[in-house]
Design a protein around this ligand. Structure first.
Ligand SMILES: NC(=O)c1ccc[n+]([C@@H]2O[C@H](COP(=O)([O-])OP(=O)(O)OC[C@H]3O[C@@H](n4cnc5c(N)ncnc54)[C@H](OP(=O)(O)O)[C@@H]3O)[C@@H](O)[C@H]2O)c1
Length: 233
């Protein structure tokens, strides 16, 4: 698809991978609306990028229909949904709690499903659309300390495959992008961005993968794409 003039709703666009993706899409001429939970951070990022925003916590389920409507109204339509907002917690099975499970699943799984449910109404009506779900390499292989996060991304991968089956006949492309480690504010207690590391992935690398996937002609799409650092050791 041609990204110029496309209308993009990008969740969690105020830092890290989401912010880099917003910049890459804006550089392609897209109209981008970002969401986030931290109001000051979101407004400052939207001002820096000169893009639209809606304050939206994906885990506040009751607010999702109204906030999605507000976003689509501000964009005057929607062509691309990027489900990027995500959080993690990493404990041994011995130490996890129902509170952790619910908090991570609320954002990484349930909120994604409910936001996508709102946006596909528009995609079905117009007979086209694109969904990029940001998974993780943790969506395909479990690991020690990964019970909560990894299983939530496995669930996202499962939902992606269900939506591919349900939405293909409506010309909606549903794609999962699975980054390996990217030093960002992800899983950092004070939410401060980690510094870039030369031999690890940068947020721009994931943005590049997302943009490339979207730019493929509409007759095709890459259902699932992993991005690894060449030599992170
Ligand atoms: N970094 C990695 O190594 C890595 C690897 C694989 C996959 N991923 C995935 O990549 C995605 C982006 O992560 P990142 O590394 O860029 O992390 P990040 O720098 O912490 O950015 C996360 C973004 O999501 C927003 N967000 C978090 N929870 C939200 C919620 N409930 N509602 C709305 N916005 C919310 C944050 O806004 P606030 O600051 O306002 O909360 C922020 O804009 C996540 O889905 C993550 O699981 C990351």
């Amino acid at each position: 698809m041609d990204l110029k003039g496309s209308k993009v709703l990008l969740t969690g666009g105020s830092s890290g991978i989401g912010k880099a993706t917003a910049i890459a899409l804006l550089n392609k001429g897209a109209d981008v609306l970002i969401t986030g939970r931290d109001k000051a951070k979101l407004i400052s990022c939207a001002q820096e990028l000169n893009c639209k925003y809606v304050l939206m916590d994906s885990s506040n389920f009751d607010e999702i229909p109204g906030q999605c409507k507000e976003a689509v109204d501000m964009l005057d339509g929607v062509d691309i949904l990027i489900n990027n907002a995500g959080i993690g917690t990493f404990d041994l099975l011995d130490d996890i709690s129902i509170k952790d499970l619910q908090a991570i699943y609320n954002t990484n799984v349930f909120g994604v499903a409910l936001i996508t449910q709102e946006i596909i109404k528009h995609f079905k009506e117009q007979g086209s659309g694109n969904i990029i779900n940001i998974g993780s390499t943790a969506a395909t292989k479990g690991f020690a300390h990964g019970t909560v996060y990894s299983s939530s991304k496995f669930a996202l991968r499962g939902m992606t495959q269900c939506w591919q089956s349900e939405l293909r006949m409506h010309n909606v492309r549903v794609m999962l992008v699975n980054p390996s480690e990217v030093p960002t504010a992800f899983n950092v207690d004070d939410r401060k961005e980690k510094g870039l590391v030369d031999n690890k992935l940068h947020p721009e690398d994931i943005a590049h993968a997302i943009v490339s996937n979207l730019e493929m002609a509409n007759r095709g799409f890459i259902p699932e794409l992993a991005v690894w650092a060449s030599n992170p050791f």
